[in-house]
Design a protein around this ligand. Structure first.
Ligand SMILES: Nc1ncnc2c1ncn2[C@@H]1O[C@H](COP(=O)(O)OP(=O)(O)OP(=O)(O)O)[C@@H](O)[C@H]1O
Ligand SMILES: [Mg+2]
Length: 312
């Protein structure tokens, strides 16, 4: 079994893709039974670089764009940093593709592959014929295709989490091609709920196109920024009762709480955001994360059993 790859996605902006993926990474890093001592790898696949900034991994160039900070292991290289775009250097006409070099963070159990704003924007413009290659390269890397024994991600990491950008782009397609699981954070209000239906359909169509690869499992819809207002209650009920999409609604939610924005402030030092303990968000963030971890772990057990049965 390869390392589980979880994508946080929603084409709508500001619904909590970055925040929920961060609290999930923190909870996984804290859960010894889940991580078994292996770090979580977080990939920032959003050119805005909010995840990378959160972990203070970007520096601003003179022209105002942000690039990854120098990587301690790459100090003597011509290009002293790494980003997810290293997978696509040939498409960018910058050389041979290489596996990204994750950065360590203040939390030893969270590693991050940062965004490269300019290269990501460029990669999204590759001709249509090459777009499929984005996902293929990413999938091959995350499935350890051709990796040397010491370099296999499945041996190094307990899980991979990918934070994505708002709007439907070739980068999101790449993430969903490489993903084993995805979840959709959303705010229970009219427009966002409509958008969620179309993403679920899209995830299903992508999943059904997979052949010979492990299926893409939709972990569910995560209500975020929930308030006890009539509007939110009504939309959650509508979704719960929906004959097709109701079953995807997660039995957990995140409320609108100032603690999320406070711990989201990139001016905080990284250790100020890795610790959920004692914050008002700890309980519900842990409940959401535990729900996802249980689902992922159950899927791994089931697939391993299936594989064993096939081999008998
Ligand atoms: N449950 C919550 N309660 C209060 N604030 C929240 C909550 N979830 C997220 N936020 C805040 O809302 C803002 C948007 O959240 P976030 O950046 O995670 O959304 P996003 O979907 O990643 O946005 P984008 O589409 O721009 O990438 C952030 O300032 C974040 O701190
Ligand atoms: Mg974001």
């Amino acid at each position: 079994m390869p390392v589980p790859v979880i994508v946080s996605t929603n084409y709508k902006g500001g619904v909590g893709k970055t925040t929920t993926s961060r609290v999930l990474a923190q909870a996984m890093a804290d859960d010894k039974a889940f991580n078994r001592g292996k770090p979580v790898l977080v990939i920032d696949l959003d050119p805005q670089g909010n995840t990378s900034r959160r972990w203070q991994l970007l520096k601003t160039c003179e022209n105002g764009t942000r690039i990854p900070k120098p990587h301690p292991k790459l100090e003597n290289d011509t290009v002293p940093y790494s980003s997810v775009c290293d997978l696509w250097l040939d498409l960018l006409e910058l050389g041979e593709p290489v596996a990204p070099e994750p950065y360590e963070t203040a939390n030893p159990l969270i590693h991050v592959v940062p965004a490269h704003e300019e290269q990501m924007n460029e990669v999204m413009l590759v001709p249509k014929a090459s777009r499929e290659k984005l996902g293929q390269m990413m999938r091959n890397w995350l499935r350890d295709v051709g990796a040397k024994p010491g370099d296999r991600l499945v041996d190094k990491y307990c899980c991979v989490i990918i934070d994505t950008q708002p709007s439907k782009t070739p980068l999101i397609d790449a993430a969903l091609t490489a993903a084993t699981h995805c979840y959709i954070p959303f705010v229970p209000e009219p427009q966002p709920v409509e958008g969620v239906y179309s993403i679920i359909s899209y995830v299903h169509s992508l999943s059904s196109q997979r052949s010979g690869d492990i299926p893409l499992e939709l972990l569910g819809l995560l209500p975020n920024m929930v308030q006890s207002t009539r509007l939110h209650t009504l939309h959650l009920k509508k979704l719960r009762d929906h004959p097709v999409f109701g079953k995807y609604l997660m039995p957990v939610k995140l409320s609108r709480r100032i603690g999320y924005s406070e711990t989201d402030d990139w001016r905080n030092t990284p250790d100020q955001v890795t610790d959920l303990e004692g914050t008002q968000i700890e309980f519900e963030a842990r409940k959401f994360s535990k729900h996802l971890m249980n689902k992922i772990a159950a899927g791994v057990v089931m697939k391993s059993a299936q594989k064993e049965a096939e081999n008998v």
